[in-house]
Design a protein around this ligand. Structure first.
Ligand code: PMP
Length: 394
């Protein structure tokens, strides 16, 4: 039987970038010990207090269909949080609760792209971005960046790409996966300027907004004139170590959220009530809990920088945010892919090749700082030694 072109084209026909990750997992399944620095998932579980709140909600009866746009309580708490952080008036009518940030990314693009429309993304990009846009029958168009500019987009490159493709939307992500960049005010103002000039919707993925190590997180929703053309994507996954609970949101103009409720009604039918109650509980705990959950990554970012000091084979952009560091291995003359494959075989360390995230990260590796401090320090020392050997062989 024939399948739709759209469903067959989600990965764009190429690799989905997870080959190395899958090979490492297969090795683990065969009993090998591998240090996995691949996936962006905390090495701790969800806080017991949040689980307790989930249990209370479920045993208290919140197990039936929940309100499709999100419970009034959670929509209100998310709205208040966004208003506090951006200074922009935000109410429950501006919030749609979704099953995770990924579903929010899909919904946001669904709201603004028609079939065959172009959505701009910044290269390097989080692995699902192109597939999210393709699954709507639309076209992802990567805008290249360079390591030397901190992988931040320039207004000229964005404007040229928008003009060339007639794009309708631009997706940005700060703090950034995979690069660890946090966009400063000037970068965001430049982005906002291009969006206004080229009449683009801005989709702002802010799922790492509690993980900032240098500079400050600024949501473009806070910039003059941007709230009406910005859809913010948020999530409980990273801020509260709730990846498996699947709870996120889209924040945007009320007219957009109203239409997105139609989408939820006909796709997900909302998020389980006990998950929403647990998320509301977690957000009510305030910033102290968020700081605690982010603390290991702040520590490990420094461990990575310490490991890199005093050697020349591996460079890095010091992570300004998120749970990743991008390592530059161009001094070895290898591609990110060939280095990652060789490192897995020689040292039993799994890292993501930069090429998994687009062309701009070629010759780089993304490490997720998601293993215990000592294991990370050990893996970094071995990775640097391995890189030095490769560089010496050139
Ligand atoms: N955006 C980015 C940049 C991410 O890294 C992730 C998860 N790794 C997501 C969105 C989606 O997260 P979730 O669906 O768990 O909220």
């Amino acid at each position: 039987m024939r399948l739709s072109h759209r469903i067959q084209n989600i990965t764009g026909g190429g690799s989905d970038g997870w080959d190395l990750f899958n090979r490492a997992r297969a090795m683990i399944a065969q009993g090998q010990k591998i240090t996995e620095l691949t996936i962006g998932e905390h090495d701790i579980g969800t806080h017991p207090d949040i689980l307790e709140a989930m249990h209370r909600a479920a045993t208290g009866g919140h197990t039936g269909y929940a309100a499709v746009p999100g419970t009034p309580e959670l929509r209100r708490i998310v709205a208040d949080r966004v208003a506090r952080r951006t200074g922009v008036a935000t109410g429950p009518e501006n919030v749609l609760i979704t099953p995770g940030g990924q579903s929010a990314l899909f919904a946001a693009h669904h709201a603004v792209l028609d079939e065959a429309d172009t959505g701009l993304i910044i290269d390097p990009f989080y692995a699902t971005y192109p597939g999210t846009i393709r699954s709507l029958g639309a076209r992802p168009h990567p805008v290249p960046t360079v390591a030397e500019n901190g992988f931040r987009p320039t207004a000229d490159a964005l404007a040229a790409a928008a003009a060339e493709t007639g794009a309708r939307s631009l997706l940005i992500n700060t703090p950034n996966n995979p690069t660890g960049a946090v966009y400063d005010r000037a970068t965001l103002q430049a982005i906002a300027g291009v969006c206004a000039e080229q009449d683009l919707w801005l989709i702002s993925d802010e799922v790492y907004d509690t993980q900032v190590w240098a500079g400050a997180h600024l949501s473009p929703r806070a910039l003059p004139g941007m709230a009406e053309r910005t859809l913010v994507v948020g999530s409980m996954s990273k801020s509260h170590a709730m990846t498996g609970s699947r709870c996120g949101w889209v924040v945007g103009p009320a007219e957009v959220i109203e239409r997105l409720v139609d989408l939820s009604t006909n796709t997900t039918y909302g998020v389980p009530g006990y998950i929403q109650d647990a998320s509301a509980f977690a957000l009510r705990q305030g910033e102290e809990m968020e700081r605690q959950i982010a603390a290991p990554f702040r520590r490990r970012r420094q461990i990575v920088l310490d490991a890199l000091a005093g050697q020349g084979a591996v460079g890095a952009l010091p992570a300004q945010g998120a749970m990743y560091t991008m390592l530059d291995i161009r001094a070895t003359g290898m591609t990110g892919e060939s280095f990652a494959e060789a490192l897995l075989d020689a040292e039993a360390i799994a890292v993501m090749p930069g090429e998994s995230f687009g062309r701009s990260a070629a010759g780089h590796l993304r490490i997720a700082m998601t293993v215990a401090d000592e294991a990370l320090a050990d893996a970094m020392a071995r990775l640097c030694r391995f890189a030095a050997l490769q560089a010496a062989r050139r």
